[in-house]
Design a binder for this molecule. Structure first.
Ligand SMILES: NC(=O)C1=CN([C@@H]2O[C@H](COP(=O)(O)OP(=O)(O)OC[C@H]3O[C@@H](n4cnc5c(N)ncnc54)[C@H](OP(=O)(O)O)[C@@H]3O)[C@@H](O)[C@H]2O)C=CC1
Ligand SMILES: CC(=O)N[C@@H](CCC(=O)OP(=O)(O)O)C(=O)O
Length: 399
């Protein structure tokens, strides 16, 4: 694919779409999207599920003073149906959002308050951009009808014992965990559309599962010997001050961390094992890069007997050919993190290894967009009955 298109999907493309996996639907709803593309705003609002067709969806951003919260605010500035009515912070509660993020001081926004002081009676949906372990507690105090997209890891792992083992703390809302739908949009659209609570995936798991899930489901790669070497920009660690994230600790070098014990391992293995129908284990080593945003996962796989890199490539092309945000590049073209900066794209490619029978897959995303707030918005669009690309038509910022 030479260029990324974000325009409406032509109806001919929709008709050509073949479902690669039985359990998901191509709910970009091509015909709906094509017809909405030229429809005036008022008519578009009739798509709302929340009752009053004239009403905008009222959004709460919990953790608005953090990186993913700020990214939600940036993306929503372009959203025709979502308006922010509540914003919360912790240490920065009481401060105007514009004083914390002056570059985003372009829209009328409520002041940031502590969660305990927030009034959720005028809110239809919330993005929870809070540290791990916080949402489990807070969400129990929110009105039950609220739709929630949680960006933390609180509801990602289905197995509570596994959560407690990897996160080292008891799960505070196991009942809600049962209800949560895993928000890897391209894979679980149908479930997300009907969900009240979506657990947005981690950034590393997003970049890794998007290429591996279809290949595993199709039986094209072996379930053993999957090696993932991943690299992240420092914003992945959040805005809170930590010695390890000082400029002097990060600049002019890279280092691995979480070797063999990063908490994204069980999330990745849960997803891959789910499509494989048997236990998949991976070697996963993340690295911190001297850049503010961006993520690359380089994945080494052994192909099943008789399978070639061409087979992997064409299967990924077929799987994602009508996806707006996941693109397989032309053969030989190397995805760069610079090619996705500020956008919701995941760019993929497959390369032949010089070791026979092995292939190298490269996947890049912006950790704050497809890896967090962009995918969260994609999910809430679906949950509210909107085309999932609404407010997400940002082209990558290059160079
Ligand atoms: N950064 C990334 O690339 C990604 C992050 N995530 C996840 O998204 C979530 C948010 O991440 P990120 O935005 O980077 O984090 P930040 O540290 O940048 O922001 C955290 C936010 O939560 C608020 N907060 C902190 N402690 C509490 C508390 N006890 N009660 C209520 N609010 C609190 C902070 O308020 P204040 O500033 O006022 O202290 C701030 O608004 C995390 O769970 C993270 O793991 C997921 C994918 C990618
Ligand atoms: C650079 C960096 O520190 N990154 C974070 C991952 C951020 C993320 O995607 O996900 P969570 O929501 O699971 O925290 C880390 O390795 O813990």
């Amino acid at each position: 694919m030479a260029a990324i298109s974000t325009g409406p999907i032509p109806s001919s493309t929709c008709q050509r779409f073949k479902l690669p996996w039985p359990r998901r639907s191509h709910s970009l709803k091509c015909s709906v999207r094509a017809s909405l593309a030229s429809t005036p705003l008022k008519a578009k609002n009739q798509q709302l599920k929340i009752g009053d067709s004239e009403k905008t969806v009222r959004i709460g951003v919990l953790g608005a003073s953090g990186y993913t919260g700020a990214e939600i605010v940036r993306l929503l500035a372009n959203h025709p149906y979502f308006a922010i009515t509540v914003m919360t912070a912790d240490g920065k509660a009481g401060q105007p959002f514009g004083s914390v993020f002056p570059h985003l001081n372009t829209q009328e926004l409520p002041n940031m308050v502590a969660i305990k002081d927030a009034d959720f009676s005028d809110v239809d949906a919330v993005f929870c951009c809070l540290p791990h372990g916080t949402t489990q507690e807070i969400i129990k105090g929110l009105p039950e009808q609220l739709k929630v997209v949680d960006l933390s890891a609180d509801f990602r792992l289905k197995n509570i014992a596994e959560y407690e083992e990897w996160y080292g703390q008891p799960h505070k809302a196991p009942k809600l965990q049962e209800e949560a739908v895993y928000g890897l949009t391209e894979i679980y659209r149908e479930e997300i559309e009907n969900a009240r609570l979506v657990a947005n995936p981690g950034c590393y798991p997003t970049s890794i599962q998007l290429p591996l899930m279809p290949l595993i489901e199709a039986g094209l790669i072996e379930l053993r010997n999957i090696i993932i070497d991943a690299k992240s920009g420092v914003s992945g660690a959040g805005r809170g001050a930590k010695e390890a994230n000082l400029y002097t600790e990060i600049a002019e070098g890279i280092h691995s961390y979480g070797i063999t014990k990063h908490r994204h391992v069980p999330e990745i293995e849960q997803g891959l094992s789910g499509v494989a129908n048997s236990k998949v284990t991976v070697s996963f080593t993340p690295h911190l890069m001297p850049m503010s945003r961006g993520m690359q996962s380089t994945i080494y796989v052994k192909m099943a007997t008789g399978v070639t890199t061409d087979d992997l490539y064409h299967h990924l092309i077929a799987t994602y050919e009508n996806e707006e945000f996941v693109k397989v590049l032309e053969k030989g073209v190397v995805p760069h993190t610079r090619h996705v900066r500020g956008s919701n794209y995941c760019l993929l490619n497959v390369f032949e290894d010089r070791i026979q029978g092995r292939a190298i897959i490269i996947s890049v995303i912006d950790n704050l967009v497809k890896g967090a707030s962009g995918q969260a918005l994609q999910n809430l669009n679906l949950m509210m009955g909107f085309p999932e690309n609404t407010g997400l038509d940002y082209q990558p910022l290059f160079p």
